[in-house]
Structure formats: C-alpha cells, structure tokens
Design a protein around this ligand. Structure first.
Ligand SMILES: [Mg+2]
Length: 229
C-alpha cells in the first residue's frame, strides 16, 4: 500500500509524546515564576484565568491564533501591563514556559522506531504546537521539522504539508502522514491526497463521519514493523 512513499511526516503532540502532562507542568512552572516576579498579577488572577484570557485573545485575533507562542506573549503583556509591569516581564515568563514546554518525554518506542525508519525515508515533523524540536530528546530524529508558526497556518490547513514538500523536493504523492488527530492529521492530509496513518494509542473509535486512515496503529513500533519489518 505504501510502496511509493519517500517521506513520512509526523505529528508530535500525542503522537510521539504525551502533550498534556508537559503543558500542565510548564503552565504551573510559569505561574509559580509569575507569583515570585509579578505578584500583583497572580494575586488578582488564577492560573485558569490566565488561560481563559489567552484563549479569548486567540479567538479575537484569528490572524495569530496559529502561533501559540505569540498568543501567550501578547496575553501576558496585556495582563501584566494592567498591573504596571513592563513587557520584559512577559517575555521572561514566556521563556520559563518555553523551556519547560520542551521537557517532553517521548513514548518508549518512539526514538528507536524513528532510528529504524530514518535510513529508508525522509522524516519530517509537522506540529501545531510550540515545542522546539532541537531542545527535545527527538532533536536528532528528523531530517527537518516544521511548525504551524513558521508556515503561518495550523493543521487542518494543509499549508504545512506543502511547505514540507517544497523544503524536501519530494512531491505530496510520495508522502505518508502519521498523527493522532482524526481531523487535524488524517482528514487534513487526505484533502490533498496524502496517504495517512492514524496513531490510536487509546483504542478510541474512529469518528463515523470521517474517512478512515489508510492504516491504523497503536504505536510507532507497529508502524515500523508494517513498513520495514
Ligand atoms: Mg497531535
């Protein structure tokens, strides 16, 4: 089924590492830092209220919603300014978040699985998230890495796949996209004719209103076995 495949694109969050634990830890670390450095803000606003402000700002400003780093910074600049703190405090708080956000822990089979695929395929990461791959344990796993922030649109917009094709010189019909999200990964890749793999770690049911992926696997080892096992 995948004989013509030359490039495999991988989603990151919840495909190659669990996303929520690292985000929760990063937000807690950032809030603790703010409590020390900008206590007038944390006396007035809970961590949940900071998140609500950020989400509301992203809804109001669709033009930056794909760049979570910019959204976080602009939200904190506004909130801190209201308490009399300069923008430099917001920038420092975002640095605290960013460093903690990169402390991802890939699922156990991921690094060895990518190592096995890398001699056979061009490997590219394509993420809506704001982890920085070079600061993570997967820094050597990919030939290159793209983010929604760089390409100016988040999946399910297919811009990131077009960017990967332009960057690698490999046509889209030789792509296989691998991800956990039925809409942002599988359906998005299908709209431009990519072959797709759904990584279904939780044994969820496929949404009945969507076209199934070409292959469903429970983890990356199963994908590697299918492709080159
Ligand atoms: Mg994901």
């Amino acid at each position: 089924m995948f004989k013509s495949i030359r490039l495999i694109s991988f989603d990151l969050d919840d495909t190659l590492w669990p996303c929520h634990p690292v985000i929760r830890a990063a937000e807690a670390e950032c809030y603790a830092w703010l409590a020390r450095e900008a206590p007038r803000l944390t006396e007035r606003r809970t961590a949940d209220e900071l998140r609500e402000h950020r989400l509301a700002l992203a809804r109001r400003h669709a033009e930056i919603a794909h760049d979570l780093t910019v959204v976080r910074l602009r939200s904190l600049v506004e909130l801190l300014a209201a308490e009399g703190y300069p923008a430099s405090v917001a920038e420092a708080a975002c640095d605290v978040f960013r460093i903690a956000r990169n402390r991802v822990r890939p699922y156990a089979e991921v690094i060895s699985g990518l190592d096995r695929l890398r001699p056979h395929y061009r490997l590219v990461s394509v993420t809506n998230g704001n982890s920085q791959i070079t600061e993570t344990p997967l820094r050597a796993s990919f030939h290159h890495s793209l983010t929604a922030a760089e390409v100016g649109a988040a999946k399910p917009d297919p811009a990131i796949f077009h960017a990967a094709s332009a960057r690698s010189g490999i046509p889209l019909d030789a792509f296989l996209h691998v991800g956990d999200d039925p809409v942002r990964d599988v359906a998005a890749a299908q709209t431009i004719g990519l072959k797709t793999v759904w990584v279904n770690r939780r044994r969820a049911a496929w949404p009945t209103d969507l076209i199934p992926a070409d292959l469903e696997v429970s983890d990356i080892a199963e994908l590697v076995d299918y492709l080159i096992g």
